[in-house]
Design a protein around this ligand. Structure first.
Ligand SMILES: Nc1ncnc2c1ncn2[C@@H]1O[C@H](COP(=O)(O)OP(=O)(O)OP(=O)(O)O)[C@@H](O)[C@H]1O
Length: 323
């Protein structure tokens, strides 16, 4: 797989994305467990893709191709990452940020971090973007959780945790805790890890019942795979409860270019990372995605998601910076 071309992989992903998109529109009627399938599909994509990027030359070529979703004009140095994190991304074979990273990182790395919505198709570097944002925002001297990331499944939480560990490899003072089933801590204990990643039920217990985490101290709150979370009633309720226990969201800064859009509702969580493969309301489209070798296609804007604290919509992977 490592020798397969990235181009082929992108085409395959797009085909898979099309079928996911159709699934999404009919999911309520056809397949009650479609959310589970989507979480599994996403995990599979990630596992396959981690092999594809071994071919770093291919990635670099694509990042210079304006038609590629990985196209980027900036360097990681220009994004002013901490040197330890720069070392981490280079060690992972990333030579330059992808488009979504280039657009989203300056806002997430701002002080204070800005809330934003960003959409991009699967496999374009959203996870890496919010992982970098979390790693960048941590103050290692403060021995308490400062970043919280919710994932819909145990497996995805571990997978994202692996990315955090890889990127933070040269930042050893930075610690990560997994709030997942089976990780039992003693009652009354406070945890000292800087980043917590977990599933909503366990995280809610850690915040509300067991008080291992003080949600008011969370600077960056990530809701990963947000469409799966929000389409799953239990996860939606738990995610909203956790988010509402945190700091009040800051007002949103105007969107930047076509990739970022302003969240119109001040009660909404901050940054939402979304895939572009799921169709939304017709006619409510503000951006386009270049398809490799094919026609440009249009995708719905996050604005089409309507009001509400956590809205259903064509996005997944979310990062509300509730600082
Ligand atoms: N700047 C980069 N340069 C090279 N490879 C990258 C870069 N950013 C991410 N990658 C690699 O590309 C693959 C996809 O990245 P990532 O998982 O962050 O995408 P994603 O948009 O979150 O995907 P999904 O929507 O499936 O969650 C991963 O294997 C990751 O290591």
């Amino acid at each position: 797989m490592a020798t397969d071309s990235w181009a082929l992989a992108v085409d395959e992903q797009e085909a898979a994305a099309e079928s996911l998109s159709n699934l999404h529109l009919k999911e309520e009627k056809i397949k009650p467990d479609a959310n589970e399938d989507r979480a599994a599909q996403s995990l599979l994509n990630k596992l396959i893709r981690s092999n594809l990027v071994d071919n770093t030359n291919q990635v670099e070529v694509l990042q210079r191709d304006p038609n590629s979703p990985l196209y980027s004009v900036k360097s990681f140095e220009e994004l002013r990452l901490k040197p330890q994190l720069l070392q981490g991304v280079y060690a992972m074979g990333f030579n330059r940020p992808s488009k979504i990273q280039e657009n989203a990182l300056p806002l997430m790395l701002a002080e204070p971090p800005q809330n934003l919505i960003a959409q991009s198709q699967s496999g374009t570097g959203k996870t890496a973007a919010f992982v970098l944002a979390m790693l960048s925002q941590v103050e290692p001297a403060n021995r308490y959780p400062q970043c919280l990331c919710l994932s819909p499944t145990y497996e995805l939480a571990l997978q994202t945790g692996k990315v955090i560990e890889q990127m933070g490899k040269f930042y050893p003072e930075l610690k990560l805790a997994y709030a997942v089933r089976g990780n039992k801590l003693e009652r009354g204990q406070k945890i000292s890890e800087h980043i917590v990643i977990g599933t909503p039920g366990t995280v809610l217990d850690w915040c509300a019942k067991l008080k291992f985490i003080d949600p008011k101290k969370i600077k960056v709150f990530v809701l990963d795979e947000a469409d799966v979370m929000i389409a799953t009633q239990g996860h939606q309720d738990q995610s909203i409860r956790i988010q509402s226990m945190g700091q009040k969201p800051r007002p949103f800064k105007p969107g930047q270019g076509e990739t970022l859009a302003r969240v119109p509702d001040p009660n909404s969580p901050g940054v939402l990372f979304g895939n572009l493969h799921i169709a939304g309301k017709e006619g409510d489209v503000t951006r386009t995605k270049a398809s490799r070798g094919g026609p440009r296609r249009t995708y719905p804007s996050p604005r089409s998601l309507g009001p509400g604290p956590l809205r259903e919509g064509p996005w997944r992977g979310a990062l509300p910076g509730t600082h």
